[in-house]
Every structure is written in C-alpha cells, then in structure tokens.
Write a protein that binds this ligand. Sequence first.
Ligand SMILES: Nc1ncnc2c1ncn2[C@@H]1O[C@H](COP(=O)(O)OP(=O)(O)OP(=O)(O)O)[C@@H](O)[C@H]1O
Length: 279
Amino acid sequence: MATTTVPQPEPTTDERRGPVVAFKNVSITFDSGKPVLDDLSFSVERGQQLIILGPAGTGKSVLLKLVDGLLQPDSGSIHVFGEDIVAMRERDRFKLRARIGMVFQESALFDSLNVEDNVAYRLNEGRVPLEESHKRVEEVLNFVALPGAIAKFPSELSGGMRRRVSIARAIITKPDLILYDSPTGGLDPITSTTIVELVVKQRDVSHTTALLITHRLQDAFTLATHQWNFEENKMEPIPNGGIDPSTRFLVLNEGKIVFEGSTQELVHSPDPWLKQYLS
Ligand SMILES: Nc1ncnc2c1ncn2[C@@H]1O[C@H](COP(=O)(O)OP(=O)(O)OP(=O)(O)O)[C@@H](O)[C@H]1O
C-alpha cells in the first residue's frame, strides 16, 4: 500500500529534544491487587496519532489519565513534552495540562453551562478577555460544524453534537497534545463516522500529536486510511489504498502491550491473539 506525506510544522525547542509522551516501566495497581498497567514502556513522537485498542477494562482510560497527570503510577516514569509529570509539583502539572486537550468519554460537559461557556471554559480560567474568547468560540464552533449551537445547553443537544462541543472545548486552546477517550463511544455508526471525520480534519489541519482510544476497529481503520480534502471540505480515502503515515497503534491486553507499530504491521501481524481480536 502507498503512503502519503503530510507537511509538518516546525517543532518547538522542547519537542526537538524527544518524544511528546514517553512511558518507561509504568505500573499501576488499584484495590484488586492485580496491576491494571504492568511495566508499560512506549513513546509517542511529535505529530504522531497513537490509536489505543484493547478489550474492555485493560487500562486504556487509566493510561490517558496518567498522561494528563490525573492519576499517578506506582512505579516507572512518565515524561510529557520532555518533563517528568510524576515528579513535578501539582502547580506545574496544572500548567502542563494547559497544553493538553482532553476529550473525555461521554463528552463530560457541564450541564449548567451553555455551549459557549463549556467551550470557553479554559479561556475563562486563563482570563482571556470576553470579546476575544467569544470570537474564538465562534471560530472553533465553525470548525466542528456547530455554528448555531452557541447558546444551547448540553441537554438540548444530540449525542453527536455533544461530542463536537467536547472536541471544540479541547482544541480551543490550540493544544500541543490531544487525548481522545473513546470519542465515538455510544454513538450510532453514522454519527460515529462524522466524529471520525472531525478527528481526521483536526489531524490534517493542525498535525497535533494525539492519543486516541477507540472500541470500534472500524473507526480506527477509517482514521488510518482517510485524509481531509481541503478543496471539498470533507474526508476521503487516501488515494491508491494509502495509509496515513502519522498513525500508529498500541494494543493492550491484561495490562500489557501486546502490539505497538504501524497500521501495516498491525494488519499483517502473525500473532494469533491479535488476529482473533481484529477479526
Ligand atoms: N480510579 C480508579 N480506582 C480504582 N480502580 C480503577 C480506577 N480507574 C480505573 N480503575 C479500574 O482499572 C481497570 C481499567 O479501567 P479503564 O477504565 O482504564 O479500562 P478501559 O480499558 O479504558 O476500559 P473500557 O474499554 O471499558 O473503557 C478497571 O478494572 C477499572 O475498574
């Protein structure tokens, strides 16, 4: 299969130094006594899109929370943008989190806030002037194709619209890293595809490094094999059976990495467990 090349923006100084995310021998155990993540080591380079797959309860969400510093490992080191997120003070972790956009499972919008206030939440925290914040909310709602929803409340939106708002909230600060926790979870297949389209658009417009959990293999392969068509403003298959070169896969099972590699390596893996999981 052919691959396409995507022009990449210049790296910032800290990112020239190494991976955006690096786990080394990371383990975490909760009350059950059985490790949820057991001695995990992997890294994500700048501009890469790491799709995380694996059966339910294998620690995928825990992994994303570790990247965001919302959980602490029992052992091992985690570096984000070259900084040791485990050792740093909470105040510094808070600053680092400002560079990360998180799309939580089930959208996690504030029900009492309208779309504008949900989307502008981090700008308001950062005391961005109201006029500037309003302009940026309008821009980002246009990007996620929800220009008419600015004054609505989450309860007035469909599941797919809520996911769009959640993505708008994550990207409004132009983050250097986006963490998507099951962005299509619980959505019907057609709505899921519209969200995948949005993730592809964000990837191809901004080249933001991303980690994305999905339970739907179909979505994972759509992400790997599609690109954003800037002329027609829609997602399309990469010509000649091409594969997005920035997409990589990490497959977890029972707290361990059972696969890490490219799309082609994944589909051609001889591993019997993986073959069955993908079938
Ligand atoms: N804060 C916590 N305290 C105690 N146990 C937790 C906590 N967070 C996660 N777990 C447990 O860790 C295990 C892995 O959970 P996690 O949500 O990461 O799985 P997952 O792979 O994302 O699952 P799914 O595919 O169903 O979303 C589960 O058994 C869960 O109950």
